[in-house]
Design a protein around this ligand. Structure first.
Ligand SMILES: Nc1ncnc2c1ncn2[C@@H]1O[C@H](COP(=O)(O)OP(=O)(O)OP(=O)(O)O)[C@@H](O)[C@H]1O
Ligand SMILES: [Mg+2]
Length: 274
């Protein structure tokens, strides 16, 4: 079964899109260097803001005919084919494919509220084409919205990026509660919390170190810590230039930290374990 990673946190600006895009590209690179028979990765952008789409494709003008919106509006029989038709190659790498978001997704949530089977409108077609990919990575919007629920239902592994601040770690428990609700309430046993990813960590800030120590010592959350990404201006410069941080500066602290995280995820993909 293809692993489907979803980056989720209802808090805005915590590094979901940065992490989704760089993880997706990173997995492609690691698998290709390892000589894997399939190193294609699919990035799905469920956020109407389309940040992940913009940086990985250079465009944010997708709409009725060529985006996730098109897939959600399709009949069930045609949805998988529609999804395949809407996927495009990223400008970052030929093996990184993107299902683009559209500003129309904002209205789609309201439209879909009344439609039968709405929460499965991504999971269902994705399950029919996911086998073509070594991994799938889903970026979500900063809310507990229907679109985010669709992303979680389509996923096998949730990664929760969080900034090392007090309120964010308190909010963490509600994200984890939501993921557990999807697993149990929606009978979606394949969804697991794959890890908590601390982002924008500044070791010079005492409060950040304190929060990281607290997180590590926490009986539940400590076991879930999967990586720590330093605050690094290379990330902003990379975004600005529509580049991955790996391509902008492979030696930057954030690139090294994302490379380490990707190594961990690829080992999980290969072993098929948690
Ligand atoms: N490690 C980092 N160091 C410095 N800046 C970062 C880092 N990670 C992300 N940023 C910056 O923080 C901002 C938010 O990042 P990003 O867009 O990835 O967050 P997000 O959770 O996807 O936001 P939203 O909730 O709006 O979708 C961006 O300007 C990005 O450049
Ligand atoms: Mg985002």
């Amino acid at each position: 079964m293809t692993r489907v990673f979803v980056l989720t946190n209802h808090k805005g600006g915590v590094g979901k899109s940065t992490s989704a895009t760089n993880i997706a590209l990173g997995i492609t690179g690691v698998l290709r260097r390892a000589g894997a028979s399939n190193s294609r990765v699919l990035l799905i952008d469920t956020d109407s803001q389309g940040h992940a789409t913009l940086v990985t494709t250079g465009r944010n003008d997708f709409g009725t005919d060529d985006s996730l919106y098109t897939v959600l509006a399709a009949d069930r029989q045609n949805a998988a084919q529609t999804l395949a038709n809407c996927i495009i190659q990223s400008t970052w790498d030929a093996d990184l494919h993107v299902l683009p978001a559209s500003p129309m997704l904002e209205g789609a949530e309201r439209e879909l509220m009344r439609v039968a089977g709405a929460p499965y409108r991504l999971a269902d077609p994705l399950s029919r084409i996911a086998g073509h990919y070594a991994a799938v990575v889903i970026d979500t919007r900063p809310s507990f919205s229907l679109m985010t629920e669709m992303g979680l239902i389509a996923a096998t592994d949730a990664i929760v990026p969080v900034e090392p601040r007090y309120l964010e770690t308190v909010g963490l428990m509600s994200v984890i509660g939501k993921i557990n609700d999807i697993r149990e309430g929606w009978r979606h046993p394949h969804l697991r919390i794959s890890g908590i990813l601390v982002t924008k960590m500044d070791k010079r800030v005492r409060g950040h170190n304190h929060l990281l120590d607290e997180l590590k010592a926490h009986s539940v959350l400590g076991k879930l810590l999967i990586g720590v990404i330093p605050a690094n201006e290379a990330v902003s410069y990379a975004h600005h230039n529509h580049l991955s941080v790996f391509n902008y500066d492979p030696k930057a602290p954030a690139s090294r930290a994302y490379a380490q995280l990707v190594g961990t995820l690829v080992r999980r993909i290969s072993k098929g374990g948690a």
